[in-house]
Design a protein around this ligand. Structure first.
Ligand SMILES: NC(=O)c1ccc[n+]([C@@H]2O[C@H](COP(=O)([O-])OP(=O)(O)OC[C@H]3O[C@@H](n4cnc5c(N)ncnc54)[C@H](O)[C@@H]3O)[C@@H](O)[C@H]2O)c1
Length: 342
């Protein structure tokens, strides 16, 4: 499988590391594309890509490319994903898949029309503990879940926001602490709960960074199944903290963060689900260049297998839409001062 990376910035390095790990499984970093030629050239030289492009249309026109990894600013994911699907390429799209529910629906429409294979990156879903919690919820081990939550306290200084013109803008980042960083944890807690959000109330503010989007936010989500899910997210908590997830039910509690499992307790120990290995570290709380590559390895391997075996990938676009819907609803609630029904 020949992969081409579109957008040779920060996260493209994680894709390169993942493809290196998958070399023996037949995955090749074949092409590198960036609108800044020096970035494409340097990336291709460092990671051994055979072909360099400065315009993504040339990537899509190259019959040797099987899979494109869309690693450009978030608000331009949709344009490239739609063009790639129409060109017959399989797609890996970085998070968030797009920045509004409308733009996401547009991409899903084209994917359904073209039957293109598309993998959305939410690497935390590959963590063994997250998979085990989702399974435990499904099997009813928690009983009725009363309270769940995600503490998503990152640190990104002003230099981070100044490092690329699109960061912290409504047009291309789609938001701040929630849409860029928090989207990982919001996706994960909702995926583990497997529940639907009925209504939510949120508050999103810019407390200390010089950006138009939020650097600090919190929301209370009323779940259809009855419980409450609390989200806290920011990019202003020095020095940046491991994202922490809580699931409390009448028959069990699990609390874990990026370092490991803090609580794994069930009322009936004889039927309790097996405590899993916490798995690889996720990283990136204080520095986006320190993001681990475990989840990317899993998801890139999975799309290659999905293409080979003609099956759906692990995280198709229909599955990646909810977190962005919830985040946009939090923004709306914050703007209007009213709860929002989903
Ligand atoms: N999964 C994760 O943990 C994770 C971490 C960081 C970033 N991301 C996501 O990855 C995406 C990129 O973020 P980043 O931090 O790497 O950004 P970045 O600014 O470091 O890199 C983006 C690159 O895309 C290039 N580019 C812009 N428009 C292009 C186009 N039309 N064609 C080709 N190249 C183009 C830019 O020149 C730049 O080099 C974002 O959507 C972000 O949310 C995901």
């Amino acid at each position: 499988m020949n992969f081409a990376i579109i957008g040779c910035g920060v996260i493209a390095f994680t894709h390169a590391k993942a493809l290196k790990a998958l070399k023996d499984e037949g995955c090749t970093l074949y092409g590198a594309c960036d609108i800044i030629p020096e970035k494409a050239d340097a990336y291709a030289a460092e990671h051994g890509a055979q072909r360099v492009y400065y315009d993504y249309h040339d990537v899509l026109a190259d019959p040797a490319v099987d899979i494109v990894c869309v690693c450009v600013p978030s608000g331009t994911h949709g344009e490239i994903c739609k063009a790639a699907a129409k060109a017959g390429k399989a797609i890996v799209c970085e998070k968030p898949m797009e920045i509004t529910p409308e733009k996401i629906a547009d991409v899903i429409g084209v994917i359904e029309q073209t039957h293109a294979k598309m993998q959305c990156i939410f690497q935390r879903r590959m963590m063994p503990v997250a998979i085990a919690v989702r399974q435990a919820v499904r099997e009813g081990h928690f009983g009725k879940i009363c309270l769940a939550g995600a503490d998503l306290k990152y640190y990104r200084d002003q230099a981070y926001y100044n490092s690329a013109g699109w960061r912290g803008t409504w047009e291309l980042d789609g938001g701040g602490a929630l849409m860029n960083q928090g989207v990982h944890g919001i996706d994960l807690i909702l995926w583990m709960l497997g529940g639907e959000v009925e209504t939510l109330s949120g508050s999103a503010k810019t407390v200390s960074r010089h950006i138009p989007v939020e650097d600090t936010a919190a929301a209370v989500l009323n779940m259809k199944q009855g419980g409450i899910c609390v989200i806290q997210g920011c990019t202003t908590a020095y020095p940046g903290f491991s994202s922490t997830f809580y699931i409390h039910g009448e028959k069990g509690t699990v609390v874990f963060n990026d370092e490991g499992i803090l609580e794994w307790r069930f009322l009936d120990e004889s039927t309790a689900p097996v405590r899993p290995d916490a798995g690889e570290r996720v990283g990136g709380a204080g520095d986006p260049t320190k993001i681990g590559d475990y989840g990317h390895i899993c998801l890139l391997r999975d799309i290659a297998e999905a293409v080979r075996d003609d099956r759906a990938p692990a995280i198709p676009p229909q599955e990646a839409a909810l977190a962005v819907r919830v985040i946009c609803a939090i923004y709306e609630s914050s703007r209007t001062g009213r709860p929002v029904a989903l």
